[in-house]
Design a protein around this ligand. Structure first.
Ligand code: B12
Ligand code: SF4
Length: 588
C-alpha cells in the first residue's frame, strides 16, 4: 500500500457514483432516494469530530434533462410493460433472449445506447472530487447494477486526487470485493458490512494511528496482494452510532426530484407526499431464505435502534424537515412484535403525523390483528408481505422460508381486508428446482388473493445473487443462464438480470417472461374491474381522481395516456388510503 498522507484532521468525502439506467428494464429510468448509508457513516464521523462532505452524484444531475428523458421513455412504453416494470419485475414486453444476449455482449462503444446517465457527468465528477481536496474518499456501492460506474468513479477519483485513500463499501461491494479490487487497481480498501466504525478506523490510520492490518472488516492491498483482516463484530446496539444528521444532505433536493416523478418507491400521491424519506430502524434478519443476500452485508442477527432513538429520528424528520411520508426499509421490521408495538404506540403518544409504508416487504408470520390495528392508526398506507411462493412445498423445501405458512398468510390477508389496509405481496417464480406446476400454483394463488382479498401482486422472476444459497445451488447444478456475473460494460442493469436468471428442465428465462406477462395481463383486468366498481360506489373519489388526471395531464404535460398510468400507480392501487384521504368516516 502506498505511503499514507498524514494530515490532521483528514477531510473525508463520501460519494455516491452516477449510474447508467437502461430504459427497457425496470426501473423506467432513474430512481432516486436519500443515500442512507453515506448519511449514516457521515453522521457518525461528524459525531467523532471529523469533517465530512457527502457528494451524491444523483442530485448533481440535470433534473430537467432527467425529467425529459423519463417522459420520452414513458411514451414508448405500453401499459403492461409499465405495470411489469413498475414493480421491479424483470424485463420488457418484447423480451427476446437473443436481443438480451447481444446486449450483454455489445461492444463498449455501444454502452450508452438506450441508457440514461443519471448523475454528474464524468468530467464534472472529476473536477468536483479534485475541488474537494479530500484525504479519504469513501464510495458507496449498493447494487450490482452500479458496479461498472463505481469502478469508473474509483479511477476518476484516483486521477483527481492521486494521494487520497480510496475506500469502497456497501452491500454489493461486500458481496464481491475481490472483483472490484481486481478491476480497479486504483482502489486501496474495501470495507465490509457496517461502515461507520470501519471508516472511523481508517480515518485514525490516516492520522498515523495504528496500522491497516489491525482494522477489522477490510480488504486492502499490500505488495500487489489482497490482505483480508478478521471480520468486524456487528454493531448490535445501533444507538451507539448516533443520530443521522440530515443537514449533511439537502433533503429539499430529493423532494424536488420526487415532485418531478423521479423517486425511489412507488407511493400514494397525496398533497405534499413527495416529502418522503427512506430509513431503517434495524439491520439484519435471522431467517435463511435461499434467495436472500441480506446476511452478507447485514448479518443474521436482528440488530436494532432503540424505540426511543427511532422515535426521536422520526420526530426530527417530521418537525424539523417537514417530512410527510416514511418508507420503512428494514430487513425485517415486524420480527420483534413487542418492539414494533412499542414503536407504533410511541408514534401515537408523541402525536407524530406522517404516513408510511414498507416497500421492502415484511414477514407475515407474526403479524396479527393488534399489529394491523396499530399500523392503521399510525398512518400505514400499505404493507408489502413477502409471500414469495403460493406453493407450500416450495416455501418449505426450496426457499426455506420457515416457519411461514400460506394458511397464516391468508389469515393476514383476510384481517387486512376487514381492517381496510391496502396490501401487496411479493411473489417469485423460477427457482432452481421449481417445476411448472409449482409456478402455476404461485400464479394461481396470487390471482385468488387478488380476487378474494384485493392483494396487489408484485411478481418477480428469480435471479440468483452471488453469496446466496440459491446462487450456490443453481451454479452447482448448472442451472444459471450465464455464470459470468458481470460484463465490463456500463449500464449493467439489464446484464445483471439475465446473467443471474435460472433455467432448468422445466423452464427457460423466455418461458418465465411469457408466464409473467400473461399473469400481469390477467391482474390488470381484475384490478380494472374492481376499480370501476369502486369508483361507481365512491363518486367523490371518482371526481377527485378525474381532477388529478387533468391536473397531471395539463400541468406536467405528459398526455392523457401517461396521466392515466400515473393515476393507476399512484392512486388506484391504494383504494383504502384514498377513502381515508377523501371521505371522512370514523369507521375507516
Ligand atoms: C432502500 C433500498 C433501495 C432503494 C434505494 C436505496 C438507496 N439508498 O439508494 C431503491 C428503491 C432505489 C432500491 C432499488 C434497488 N435495489 Co435496493 N435496497 C434497498 C434496501 C432495502 C435498504 C438500503 C438501505 O437504506 N440501507 C440502510 C443503510 C444505512 O445501509 P447501507 O446503505 O447498506 O450502508 C451501510 C453499509 O452497507 C456500509 N456502506 C455503505 N456505503 C459504504 C461506503 C463505504 C466507503 C464503506 C466503508 C461502507 C459503506 O455502511 C453503511 C452504514 O453501516 C436494501 C436492503 C439492505 N438491507 O441493504 C436493498 C438492496 C440494496 N437493493 C438491492 C437490489 C437488488 C435493488 C434493485 C436491483 C431491485 C430491482 N429489482 O431492480 C434496485 C436497483 C436500483 C438501482 N439504482 O439500480 C439489493 C442489492 C444486492 C446487490 N448486491 O446488488 C439489496 C441489498 C436487497 C437485496 N438483498 O436484494 N433499493
Ligand atoms: S425474511 Fe426477508 S430479510 Fe429475512 S432472510 Fe427472508 S427474505 Fe431475507
Amino acid at each position: 500500500m502506498k505511503k499514507i498522507n498524514i494530515s490532521n484532521p483528514p477531510k473525508v468525502l463520501l460519494l455516491r457514483p452516477p449510474q447508467l439506467f437502461y430504459y427497457s428494464t425496470w426501473p423506467v429510468g432513474p430512481r432516486l432516494s436519500v443515500p442512507t448509508g453515506l448519511l449514516a457513516i457521515g453522521s457518525y464521523l461528524e459525531m467523532m469530530g471529523i469533517k465530512v462532505e457527502i457528494y451524491d452524484s444523483f442530485i448533481k444531475s440535470k433534473r430537467d434533462k432527467a425529467k425529459k428523458e423519463n417522459k420520452e421513455v414513458l411514451k414508448s412504453s405500453n401499459f403492461i410493460n409499465r405495470w411489469i416494470k413498475q414493480f421491479e419485475s424483470t424485463s420488457s414486453n418484447s423480451f427476446k433472449l437473443s436481443e438480451w444476449v447481444s446486449w450483454i455482449n455489445r461492444p463498449s462503444t455501444d454502452m450508452s445506447k438506450n441508457t440514461h446517465h443519471f448523475g454528474s457527468d464524468w468530467k464534472t465528477l472529476e473536477k468536483d472530487i479534485c475541488d474537494s481536496k479530500a484525504d479519504i474518499i469513501g464510495i458507496t456501492n449498493l447494487f450490482r447494477e452500479n458496479t461498472e460506474e463505481t469502478i469508473k468513479t474509483i479511477k476518476i477519483a484516483r486521477k483527481a486526487l492521486p494521494n487520497s485513500v480510496i475506500v469502497v463499501g456497501g452491500p454489493n461491494a461486500t458481496a464481491m470485493p475481490e472483483y472490484i479490487l481486481e478491476r480497479a487497481p486504483e482502489l486501496d480498501i474495501v470495507g465490509l458490512g457496517d461502515g461507520e466504525k470501519t471508516m472511523m478506523a481508517i480515518v485514525k490510520w490516516n492520522q498515523g494511528k495504528g496500522s491497516l492490518k489491525d482494522i477489522k472488516g477490510i480488504i486492502y492491498r499490500e505488495d500487489n496482494k489482497l490482505i483480508h483482516t478478521p471480520a468486524r463484530e456487528w454493531v448490535t446496539q445501533l444507538d451507539e452510532l448516533g443520530n443521522l444528521n440530515y443537514n449533511l444532505i439537502q433533503l429539499e433536493n430529493y423532494f424536488q426530484y420526487e415532485r418531478s416523478g423521479i423517486m425511489a418507491r412507488n407511493k400514494f400521491e397525496y398533497n405534499n407526499a413527495e416529502k418522503s424519506v427512506s430509513l431503517i430502524t434495524s439491520r439484519g434478519c435471522p431467517y435463511k431464505c435461499s434467495f436472500c443476500s441480506i446476511h452478507i452485508h447485514a448479518g443474521r442477527k436482528f440488530r436494532r435502534y432503540s424505540v426511543h432513538h427511532t422515535l426521536n429520528h422520526l420526530e426530527d424528520l417530521v418537525n424539523n424537515y417537514g417530512v410527510k411520508h416514511i418508507h420503512f426499509e428494514d430487513d425485517n421490521l415486524t420480527l420483534d412484535k413487542d418492539r414494533f408495538m412499542e414503536l407504533m404506540n410511541g408514534i401515537l403518544k408523541r402525536n407524530l403525523k406522517f404516513t408510511w409504508d414498507t416497500p421492502n416487504g415484511v414477514f407475515a408470520n407474526n403479524i396479527d390483528k393488534d399489529m394491523l390495528n396499530l399500523m392503521k392508526k399510525t398512518g400505514c398506507i400499505y404493507l408489502i408481505i413477502g409471500v414469495e411462493s403460493g406453493d407450500q412445498w416450495v416455501l418449505d423445501n426450496i426457499i426455506y422460508k420457515q416457519p411461514l405458512t400460506l394458511e397464516h398468510v391468508n389469515r393476514v390477508f383476510k384481517l387486512a381486508k376487514e381492517l381496510k389496509i391496502d396490501i401487496r405481496a411479493f411473489y417469485i417464480i423460477g427457482f432452481p428446482r421449481e417445476t411448472l406446476q409449482n409456478i402455476q400454483s404461485t400464479l394461481k394463488y396470487a390471482i385468488n388473493a387478488l380476487r378474494k382479498y384485493d392483494i396487489i401482486p408484485q411478481l418477480a422472476i428469480a435471479r440468483a445473487d452471488p453469496g446466496t444459497d440459491m446462487y450456490s445451488e443453481a451454479k452447482r447444478d448448472g442451472k444459471l443462464f450465464s455464470t459470468n456475473i458481470m460484463s465490463s460494460n456500463e449500464g449493467s442493469h439489464m446484464d445483471y438480470f439475465i446473467r443471474n436468471m435460472i433455467t432448468n428442465e422445466h423452464f427457460t428465462p423466455e418461458l418465465l417472461e411469457k408466464l409473467s406477462i400473461k399473469f400481469h395481463r390477467s391482474t390488470i383486468f381484475i384490478i380494472g374491474y374492481k376499480t370501476i366498481l369502486y369508483h361507481l360506489k365512491n363518486p367523490k373519489i371518482a371526481y377527485a381522481n378525474i381532477k388529478f388526471l387533468f391536473r397531471i395531464a395539463l400541468i406536467e404535460k405528459i398526455g392523457i395516456y401517461n396521466s392515466i398510468i400515473r393515476l393507476f400507480f399512484s392512486r388506484l392501487f391504494f383504494p383504502h388510503a384514498m377513502k381515508r384521504e377523501y371521505i371522512y368516516d370514523p369507521k375507516l
